[in-house]
Design a protein around this ligand. Structure first.
Ligand code: ADP
Length: 263
């Protein structure tokens, strides 16, 4: 709390009383802390791949470039790290766009069956690499007033997570239902699960259950924060149920409004 005080005098300049203003700055302090945390997180996330890129480039310049095997190996690392950085910067831009108050979706009529066929090759390829069985169960009439890019983003983020956090030969299912009031996405996996205490936090920016483990998945820690933002812009909801070593189920409900731009 911040306190500002001032005395009050009467006409004869005698002290009559005082005014005290008490400002509750808890909210501001929290925002300031979140901002500092965010900057620290971004800097850290960018510094790690950059240090590795500089290090390997230096090794190459110092002579390793003459050995074809090292050349190939180090260039691959530099390529992977720069791709990771590119992904992170892209996610940060998406998030900052979504967080702007004046952010507006370009509402259009979207056929979600089409969105799923568009992302299928990318998702199938990731699943194949881990011999994960991927199934799609889609209702026929999946039409929503929305923005197809954002729908792709939610589905890709949830499906790539499901694949990343599921051991080889597991199962990932995508179910899309046309319900009375909502379009309902369900992404189910037979993966490592999420500890109960982490569940309320996984939608926060940069939160990862296990930093060391998540590092290997190449994610940015922003995927679920982005998905949640998109869902909120649609007045929808996103929830998760999970059991350790058994798997997780993410449910997204997007209301089928008549004309969201006018409501
Ligand atoms: P990341 O890029 O690390 O995957 P996300 O925001 O997408 O970031 O997810 C945040 C964290 O939630 C992940 O680091 C992981 O610990 C956990 N998580 C997300 N999806 C799953 C899942 N399907 N199974 C287990 N853990 C998950």
């Amino acid at each position: 709390i911040e306190i500002v005080g001032a005395p009050i005098f009467n006409e004869r300049e005698m002290l009559k009383g005082a005014v005290l203003l008490l400002y509750d700055i808890t909210h501001l302090k929290r925002l300031e802390l979140m901002r500092k945390d965010f900057v620290a997180n971004v800097s850290h996330e960018l510094k790690t791949p950059m240090a590795s890129m500089t290090g390997f480039a230096e090794t190459l310049l110092n002579g390793a470039k003459h050995d074809p095997e090292s050349l190939d190996r180090y260039l691959t690392i530099i390529y992977d790290e720069s791709s990771r950085m590119e992904g992170l910067v892209q996610d940060l831009l998406t998030l900052s766009k979504l967080e702007k108050e004046e952010f507006q979706i370009t509402w259009e009529t979207v056929d979600l069956n089409q969105v799923v066929s568009d992302i299928k090759p990318l998702i199938s390829q990731s699943a194949e690499q881990k011999e994960i069985t991927l199934t799609f169960d889609l209702d026929e009439n999946l039409i929503l007033q929305t923005d197809s890019e954002h729908m792709e983003q939610i589905l890709i983020n949830l499906l790539i997570n499901a694949i990343s956090y599921t051991p080889e030969q597991g199962k990932v299912d995508l179910i899309l239902k046309n319900e009375d009031d909502n379009i309902h996405f369900k992404v189910k996996d037979t993966g490592i699960g999420i500890p109960e205490e982490a569940i309320p936090r996984i939608f926060e920016r940069f939160y990862r259950v296990d930093k060391a483990r998540s590092q290997n998945t190449g994610g940015t820690g922003l995927g679920l924060a982005i998905a949640k933002h998109i869902v909120e812009v649609h007045d929808g909801s996103i929830t998760v149920e999970s059991e350790l070593e058994k798997g997780s189920v993410f449910d997204v409900y997007l209301p089928k409004e008549e004309d969201p731009a006018l409501s």
